[in-house]
Write a protein that binds this ligand. Sequence first.
Ligand SMILES: C[S@@+](CC[C@H](N)C(=O)[O-])C[C@H]1O[C@@H](n2cnc3c(N)ncnc32)[C@H](O)[C@@H]1O
Length: 266
Amino acid sequence: MKISRRSGAKLRAPEFLLHLPAVQALFFQILSFFILVSLAFGLATFFGWTMNIYLAAILQGLLAAGFSYWRGLASWWLAISLFFPLALIAALSLQLPPVLFLFAFLVFLCLYWTTFRTQVPFYPSGLATWKAVADLLPKDQGIHFIDIGSGLGGLVLNLARRRADSRFVGIEIAPLPWLVSVLRAYLLGSHAHFARGDYGRLNFADYDVVFAYLSPVAMPGLWKKACSEMRPGTMLLSYEFIIPDVAPAFVVSPVLNSPQIYGWRM
Ligand SMILES: C[S@@+](CC[C@H](N)C(=O)[O-])C[C@H]1O[C@@H](n2cnc3c(N)ncnc32)[C@H](O)[C@@H]1O
């Protein structure tokens, strides 16, 4: 199956990278490290006082968290900045073989890939959500459905099993979940299709239903894209995350007290 791409996708400017929270958090950590090293060096030189490594780690964390707060990063970045140096010392004290760190890094890289840029990490939806989405799909005719950011492919595979009359596609940017979904489709003999790539480069006009389980950061951009590309009468669904200032046409709760599915008719 061919997934059409929009032409003229814009190149990201280097300044864009500098505005990413993950890049800023890394920069604050490095800056704090150098401030702490200078401080420790000054104290040792002028007062003959050697700073304890744990104290240095706590101070570095506090400094980095302070910078993060000052720049208005989200609260979880403050916590990550605060505990990162101590976590690093704890991990090093385990004296694990370096190859393990390399292995863990590669696994996380393949799983989360460009999360530092998209700010949409991997976390799967569940069976109750898949059932609720199935109930929302138009029944009178076959449809073309896409899950933008399909993760391990659970939703797309489940829907494809329920609806032989329709086409179900997932697009996933991270290589590991994409590979898992392709293998699952192959082993299950599913007619679902999985592409690897960025949904930003698709043309939503090709689809009758677009499903998203992304993050609050992605929603304004998604709405803009949906408005400019989706055909009248088609449907945009978002699990858990609303579109700011745009009231949904309907809201469905898969189970009591769970996140909701929001729907917009285009
Ligand atoms: C919260 S998970 C949802 C997974 C799946 N839709 C589900 O319901 O189980 C979001 C997924 O979107 C992927 N993703 C994030 N940005 C993307 C992009 N621009 N294009 C394609 N996939 C993306 C992430 O790698 C992640 O696997």
